[in-house]
Design a protein around this ligand. Sequence first.
Ligand code: GLU
Length: 279
Amino acid sequence: MPPSAVTRFAPSPTGLLHLGHVYSALFAAAAAGDGRFLLRIEDIDPGRCRADFEAAILEDLDWLGLTWDTPVRRQSEHLADYAAALDRLDAMGMLYPCFCTRKEIKAEIAAAGRAPHGPDGPLYPGTCRRLDAAERRDRLAAGADHALRLDVNRATRKTGRLNWHDRARGRQEATPHLFGDVVLARKEVRASYHLAATLDDHLQEVTLVTRGADLFEASHLHRLLQALLGLNTPDYHHHRLVTGPDGKRLAKRDGATTLRAMRNAGNGPSAIRRLLRTH
Ligand code: GLU
């Protein structure tokens, strides 16, 4: 029996669960041991998230035989928490408004002739970090659309070196620079995955974050946000990714491997669990 922990499964309701999600959900539930298994719906992206997908996810998890502590935390209902965290970071001088469009960022990177890449794509070249104070003020006063970015150099100067621990890979020195000046509040929603997930893990008192190895690097950045905001640092366990017949990791576009499709083909919950043990 694993030691007790508070774990969570945090799907985004942008599609149906596929086998990769199912593996992740079962992994998190098992890792809780005698502790608590929580569910969080990461639905801050109104353009991509749908209530019918959320309902289907809950129904699939129930069908698998999982039970979770209630209430389910739905991120779209907690935007005030993310706004308060942004205000604190802003008051510390850690954020700056970014007025760039995607197109402008692309053009700037192309003109520079080099594009350092991070886990989420090319790094932001820092254009709006260099705006002078008057121009920044004028654009804000004119109501220009803007995101909020973290000034990662300032942030790491403030926190110094940081560590975190992964149960599969051991002690890690945090390298949040991997992400450059990451967006913490998007233009359309005053939040982002990195901010909301880190804050919620603290607010939900999660002690062990389990998620796929594709999010391993994100934990470097989450560790930095924890230090800036005075949040708890949980233990981590990034698990293997479920791969398809081609050896590539499953993605939502692989409709055939949705749990729904497998249920419709006559597989029961124990067949699914067995399959994931060998997949
Ligand atoms: N919502 C994320 C996803 O569906 C998971 C985030 C996490 O576990 O931290 O990939």
